[in-house]
Design a binder for this molecule. Structure first.
Ligand SMILES: NC(=O)c1ccc[n+]([C@@H]2O[C@H](COP(=O)([O-])OP(=O)(O)OC[C@H]3O[C@@H](n4cnc5c(N)ncnc54)[C@H](OP(=O)(O)O)[C@@H]3O)[C@@H](O)[C@H]2O)c1
Length: 197
């Protein structure tokens, strides 16, 4: 069974989006997201192994076209519309595929080519993923400041997930992570990890 990790930035009341976009701009969280989702864990390291990022069609469209697909990661976009075009017709083959269900997205994961599998949003994808047996970790950047959101991460069930220590977070992502409350202009945030009990 290929494990899944969810990676998200959310407010205390689990707000994650506003009008189809991120409600904040936190450069160090963007850098953290890139590093964590790109880094293939040492235990899985082999030539040509890449992690997978699974996202809903709305989240795909929220990424500026010049940054799509997310580089050095195999991108899987989920839409009910099998005719949806990820790229203009003339675009050469890219490291991204379209799937019409969450199950078929998971079936596209190839353990001989792929390392970790991250669900990167948005709310609809997180809701499909969080209850699954495969969902083992939630990498959560907790935005401590009040930010108005119209899209929300599903409730994290304390019976199923526990808040991990900072050491466990660093061990999981295999890198140093800034500890405690961080500041980005007027916003406060903290890097955290939840692990399936
Ligand atoms: N804070 C964060 O870390 C974070 C991360 C990611 C995204 N976000 C934010 O979250 C918001 C987007 O979230 P969202 O929930 O609106 O959209 P989403 O999950 O990104 O995408 C929703 C789309 O996924 C497809 N879909 C959903 N369920 C499906 C199913 N069962 N089978 C097949 N396709 C399915 C549908 O595409 P079709 O309509 O094409 O059929 C649906 O419209 C944005 O504001 C974004 O910025 C925040």
């Amino acid at each position: 069974m290929t494990k899944l990790a969810l990676i998200v930035a959310a407010t205390e009341d689990l707000g994650i989006g506003m009008s189809g976009n991120l409600p904040w701009h936190i450069p160090k969280d963007m850098a953290f997201f890139k590093k964590v989702t790109t880094h293939v864990p040492k235990a899985l390291e082999q030539p040509n192994i890449q992690n997978v990022v699974i996202m809903g069609r709305v989240t795909w469209e929220s990424i500026p076209p010049k940054f799509r697909p997310l580089d050095n990661r195999f991108n899987i976009v989920v839409s009910r519309n099998s005719d949806y075009k990820l790229f203009p017709e003339s675009t050469p083959q890219q490291n991204a595929v379209l799937k019409n269900s969450f199950e078929s997205a998971l079936e596209a994961v190839d353990p001989t080519k792929h390392g970790r599998v991250f669900v990167i949003g948005g709310a609809q994808m997180y809701s499909l993923a969080i209850g699954r047996e495969e969902c083992s970790h939630i990498v959560l950047t907790r935005v401590k400041s009040n930010v108005v959101c119209d899209t929300f991460f599903p409730k994290i069930d304390n019976e199923k997930f526990r808040l991990a220590s900072h050491q466990e977070l660093e061990d999981y992502v295999e890198q140093h992570v800034a500890q405690g409350i961080q500041k980005s202009k007027e916003l406060e945030y903290e890097f955290t990890l939840y692990i399936k009990k």
